[in-house]
Write a protein of this length. Structure first.
Length: 255
């Protein structure tokens, strides 16, 4: 009975996770985050359905020397993946909990624009940016993001229009409209900061999971930084958290 209950729970969890990750596919989002999540979810479902056969196969494999080596290697790989997932999650938490300085230069990182309208994730960042700018009336901001596929205007222009329509004065906003990556967001914003002699301290407005990596890039370009994190919509959390784990690892390895 306990074994059957365990199978059912595993299958149900697999289905829940598959739907949670899979809902982003239906909205036109395809990346390493939801792809990884979908694969893991399917593996959970398959294991739950064929649990007895799989366990029996593992027992038989363990009886052979090559089988033992294979099983140990797979377990080691799984352990490394779990450790890396835990470490990168810890990095993300440390990133979004770093308090910003008052009235520092706010760099708002771009995200997808649908035509001329900010996507949900970009609007989340703009809401966080607006709150910071209202609370810090002497702060200026740099809206950073170029024009990508499916975008009728640059992300910087979209953010500029949104902020000014919400009462932020035009003279407080600088546009950086050439960047196509987080590294370029920070690097090109740094050029504006140097040109306008705005100092070396910034606050970064982006989704909470993205703060750590953005901050590390800022440090690479000699900028001290704090976080103005935007909360991510619940249905996007697993997809973008898993995707960001890849991003952090890539930055560590190749940054």
């Amino acid at each position: 009975m306990k074994k059957k209950k365990g199978k059912v729970i595993l299958i149900i969890l697999g289905i829940i996770f598959f739907l949670w990750f899979g809902n982003t596919f239906t909205r036109g989002i395809f990346n390493m985050g939801n792809t990884t999540g979908a694969v893991i979810s399917c593996a959970m479902i398959i294991y739950g359905i064929f649990m007895d056969r799989i366990k029996e196969g593992i027992k038989n494999l363990w009886k052979k020397r090559a089988g033992k080596v294979t099983i140990i290697a797979v377990m080691a790989i799984v352990a490394v993946i779990l450790v890396l997932a835990g470490v990168t999650m810890g990095c993300m938490i440390s990133g979004w909990t770093k308090s910003p300085e008052n009235n520092s230069v706010l760099v708002v990182l771009g995200c997808q624009v649908r035509g001329e309208t900010p996507s949900l994730m970009l609007e989340e960042r703009l809401n966080a940016a607006e709150k910071y700018l209202v609370s810090n009336p002497d702060a200026v901001c740099i809206v950073s993001g170029g024009k990508g596929t499916g975008e009728d205007i640059s992300e910087a222009e979209c953010m500029y229009r949104w902020l000014t329509s919400h009462g932020i004065k035009e003279e407080r906003i600088y546009k950086e409209d050439k960047s196509t990556s987080t590294d370029e967001n920070i690097r090109f914003s740094k050029q504006i900061i140097d040109e306008k002699k705005l100092g070396t301290s910034i606050s970064i407005a982006t989704n909470e999971f993205h703060e750590y990596r953005a901050g590390k890039i800022a440090e690479k370009y000699g900028l001290s930084h704090g976080s103005v994190p935007a909360p991510t919509a619940w249905w996007l959390i697993p997809t973008y958290y898993v995707r960001e784990m890849y991003g952090i690892l890539a930055e560590k390895l190749f940054g």
